[in-house]
Unconditional design. Structure first.
Length: 159
């Protein structure tokens, strides 16, 4: 059973999204030991200032890297990442998680991830070229992670 760390920046505020996330976390408990690390989003005084955004991302990146377990393969969700099918994502979960038994994922803030976090990632993953609400992406990710583990286990969920 993999030990999975999910590092997220920002809070999941909407009760209906929290309920959905909780449901997938419950389902995932049959396949992995999931630990969540929720970090606060840095405040940005002027979001139109690229330097202010970069500084905030750098601070968030330091916190993300500090929360990342040592020697754990990291998959970073970012828009410029590689798009995978559910089956390919399932294979990636196995490829990166089976060797060490550990795996980490990171979902950055609404401004993305710092270059340092992206550089540390074994895989940069994009779920779509479209933009999703940040809170909703957490639920979509948890569902796809659950789907990946059911595919690996040969369960009927994936149809």
């Amino acid at each position: 059973m993999h030990r999975v760390t999910l590092i997220t920046v920002g809070t999941l505020k909407e009760p209906y999204l929290q309920a959905a996330a909780d449901e997938y976390k419950k389902r995932l408990s049959a396949f992995c030991d999931l630990k969540e690390v929720n970090l606060p989003e840095e405040k940005i005084a002027d979001e139109s200032d690229p330097r202010a955004v970069a500084a905030a991302l750098a601070k968030e990146g330091e916190k993300i890297l500090a929360a990342l377990p040592q020697s754990t393969p990291l998959i970073a969700l970012c828009v410029e990442g590689k798009e995978l099918s559910s089956e390919e994502f399932s294979e990636a979960v196995g490829r990166y998680g089976d060797g060490s038994g550990t795996l980490a994922f990171v979902i950055g803030s609404s401004h993305g991830l710092s270059p340092a976090v992206k550089a540390r990632a074994a895989l940069k993953l994009s779920f779509s070229k479209m933009t999703f609400p940040h809170q909703l992406m957490r639920v979509v990710f948890l569902e796809q992670l659950y789907r990946a583990y059911t595919i690996r286990a040969g369960k009927r969920y994936h149809k």
